[in-house]
Design a protein around this ligand. Sequence first.
Ligand code: PMV
Length: 332
Amino acid sequence: MTPKSATARACANVALVKYWGKRDPELNLPATGSISLTLAELTATATVARAEAGEPRFRQDGRVVEGTPARRMEEFLDLVATRFGEDPLSVRVVADFPVAAGLASSAAIFAATAAAGAAACGGRIDLVDLSALARRGSGSAARSVFGGFVEWSRGDRDDGADSVATPLQGVGEWDVAMAVAVVNEGKKDVGSRDAMEHVARTSPLYPGWLAAQEDDLSAMRVAIARRDLERAGTIAEENCLRMHATAIAARPPVLYWAPPTLEVIALVRRMRGEGLRGWFTMDAGPQVKVLCAGADLDAVASRLAEIPGVSRVIRARPGPGVAILEGPCPWT
Ligand code: PMV
């Protein structure tokens, strides 16, 4: 059957217990589990259609994407087409946030592309299985299939069938938020894919990172179930700093922080002392995401915006899982 076009939207997610290292790079199988929060304000919309001969297969925000990102997306589109027995596919992505700057853009993009691809092929797939498919594009995309708090399991199987995401707590069940301080909208130096491979290979701290993950995962599950923000925030900060410590200790070191990153960290700690509670986390980039109570989001965001190196602050709330905007829904 000739695929029709279909459109899906997915939100980015920010990990509170990070994915950092793989047990299988080919299948994007993580060395440990991870837990994240999906964010409504950071979305990517993907429209997938049959590829026209000679036409570029990946456009983003109206521009043709080239080089490694294009190759990666083409491989992913081929995987989706093969799964549903279809001709080669192409995708047009529109993202509403700075791409490749450590704002988890790839998670939203690959989750939306997986869903739109399945729909364009007229395929059937349930959401857990869709998370395994999205994972092949970018590990963290597995988590963007679901809304709210999400856990992505390490899994034990060699084929990765059990390395899937599942929802922990839906949107609306806990009024939390994230203020995202954007300190540099340029492209990052080392992508998370290369960095985690380099860190796993060269950082003497990496074994310690792996050893500590299980405790953080179980403590975070309990904190979320109890809606204990202080506990969840504390674990998230520690987990993030431990991840960055492995990167700083790699040879050569990978250092994602810019001066305003540290200024935001210092401010968040100072605010806590004053009674305005927030907890920071950073991914493979200099941006700082601050977890806080929904009621404190405006106050926290205003304070972060006062730092001169912060170019803008995105006020984000828990967001939904992937949705089909146009085309047949593969999972209902
Ligand atoms: O999905 P990737 O390959 O972009 O890796 C994401 C890695 C981190 O953002 C640093 C952590 C995480 O769990 O999202």
